[in-house]
Design a protein around this ligand. Structure first.
Ligand code: GAR
Length: 197
């Protein structure tokens, strides 16, 4: 069966990428294949995860490339025939010119229930610090389409997770990843790939 060629964009440890690769190996991504992993930083563990699965892994080093960052990414996407993008722990904000090229074809995982604790400056552990500071009793994760507004595109899936007494940003992050992110990101990836075919 034909599959949608997907690029996973990463910037760090890559546990969300791993969740997609594991789902794929279990046969839960029948309409898509991760054909490329692209990192905005060199030396991150997500690259090892890609290599362990025999997937080409490339770096577009944002800090070094500056204005040429997105052009470099587009070169890789063209070279590998990429049709869909999954931002799986990708810590760079992409321009409108870039996001316009992948309408309804680029999705992102965000570690909160959007519209809470999202937008510029809310990424990684900072999201959970903000949630605990505010005192919410429920948090979670959201998968959404990517447009020019950071974390502002149409919501595809959300899953709620309780905030427990004594939580630290790290314990909340772990629960949100295990009980929400690693479940809804592979599910949404398959849903959108199936829709694109
Ligand atoms: C994840 O919690 C992801 O939701 C978050 O960063 C972490 C990356 O972990 N993404 C954002 O904050 C994007 N704004 P991972 O590299 O282990 O998947």
């Amino acid at each position: 069966m034909e599959k949608v060629k997907i690029a996973g964009f990463v910037s760090g440890g890559g546990t969300n990428l791993q969740a997609i690769l594991d789902a794929s190996e279990r046969g839960e991504l029948p309409h898509g294949e991760i054909a490329l992993v692209l990192s905005s930083k060199p030396g991150v563990y997500a690259m090892e995860r890609a290599k362990n699965h025999g997937i080409p892994a490339v770096v577009a080093h944002r800090k070094e490339l500056g204005d040429r960052f997105e052009a470099e990414i587009e070169g890789y996407l063209a070279a590998y025939g990429i049709e869909m993008i999954v931002l799986a722990g990708f810590m760079s904000i992409l321009s409108k010119a870039f996001t316009d090229r992948f309408p309804q074809r680029m999705i992102n995982i965000h570690p909160s229930l959007i519209p809470s604790f999202c937008g510029k400056g809310f990424y990684g552990i900072h999201v959970h610090e903000a949630a605990l500071r505010y005192g919410v009793k429920v948090s979670g994760a959201t998968v959404h389409f990517v447009n020019e507004i950071p974390d502002g595109g149409q919501i595809i899936r959300q899953k709620a997770v309780p905030v427990l007494p004594g939580d630290t940003p790290e314990s909340l992050q772990k629960r949100v990843m295990e009980e929400a992110e690693w479940i809804i990101l592979p599910e949404a990836t398959e849903e959108i790939a199936a829709r694109l075919l």
